[in-house]
Design a protein around this ligand. Structure first.
Ligand code: APR
Length: 241
């Protein structure tokens, strides 16, 4: 663990953290670009995690998210999630946690105020603008559930490719990136914007950018330091200060 990165974290008044699927990998959650397994191996996530994919095959997409929800029910936060939550407990005003993950593991580890840029897999919402007959609590069970008055379908409350990010989360994440002294970029390929753009935003504003990843990522060039290794191993060392 380079001492410079530890010193940057120790001396930082404000730290912004951007996490991706890699921080949940050691909990047993397949990363977004891991090969799909079993029945799901025949489908590409990029084709399913879209509104068009859901409208074309509502049952398949709904069942895929149910499958992922079931997987998540059986996993736990790992040392990486726990190190971030512990750091926030010790330094409540110094850290802003921004995640691309929808798995809720940061919150289950005890992190609070998590900015969820891509939504929450455990939330449901309506596919079409809800009418005054649409109540999620009264949706008829199905694959997917639906409104028995107008047929509106229930969809997972995640951001699909091509959809806008939740404005509140993005409008909180951007100033956090601009105002931080250090940005930790953890377990993300850095392939999806605007989330990945937060690293450059931080660097341009003068922050030290530290990437933690087991493999090269698109954000390595933006980093002042690249820590090659697993989040579950490196974060406890980096945040122990
Ligand atoms: N520790 C650190 N990094 C890891 C680990 C680990 N234990 N395991 C894997 N990684 C890294 C991989 O090297 C890869 O760079 O995590 C990254 C995971 O990349 P993706 O699967 O592309 O996930 P992510 O970058 O979060 O995707 C961003 O794109 O797919 C959409 O909406 C989806 O939120 C997702 C977004």
């Amino acid at each position: 663990m380079p001492h410079t990165a530890i010193a940057w974290v120790r001396n930082a008044r404000r730290i912004a953290v951007l996490t991706g699927a890699g921080i949940s990998a050691e909990s047993g959650v397949p990363t977004f670009r891991d090969a799909q397994t079993g029945y799901w191996a025949q489908f590409r996530p990029e084709d399913m995690a879209t509104e068009a994919g859901f409208r074309a095959h509502p049952q398949r997409v709904w069942d895929w998210y149910q499958h992922r929800r079931d997987l998540l029910a059986g996993v736990s936060p790992n040392a990486g999630h726990l190190a971030l939550a512990d750091f926030q407990r010790r330094h409540p005003d110094r850290i802003t946690l921004i995640t691309q993950n929808v798995d809720g593991l940061h919150q289950r580890a005890g992190s609070t105020g998590v900015l969820c840029l891509h939504g929450d897999i455990f939330q449901d919402r309506w596919l079409d603008t809800p009418r005054n007959c649409c109540f999620l609590d009264h949706a008829v069970a199905g694959h997917p559930p639906y409104c028995d008055r107008c047929g509106n379908l229930v969809r997972p409350g995640v951001v699909w490719f091509g959809e806008p990010l939740p404005l509140a989360a993005l409008e909180a994440a951007q100033p956090a990136a601009r105002q931080c002294d250090v940005m930790l970029v953890i377990g993300t390929a850095g392939a999806v914007y605007p989330a990945a753009g937060l690293a450059q935003l931080a660097r341009t504003a003068g922050a030290r950018v530290v990437v933690v990843n087991t493999a090269p990522s698109a954000l390595d060039e933006t980093a002042h330091a690249v820590l090659r290794g697993a989040a579950g191993t490196l974060l406890p060392q980096l945040l122990a200060a």
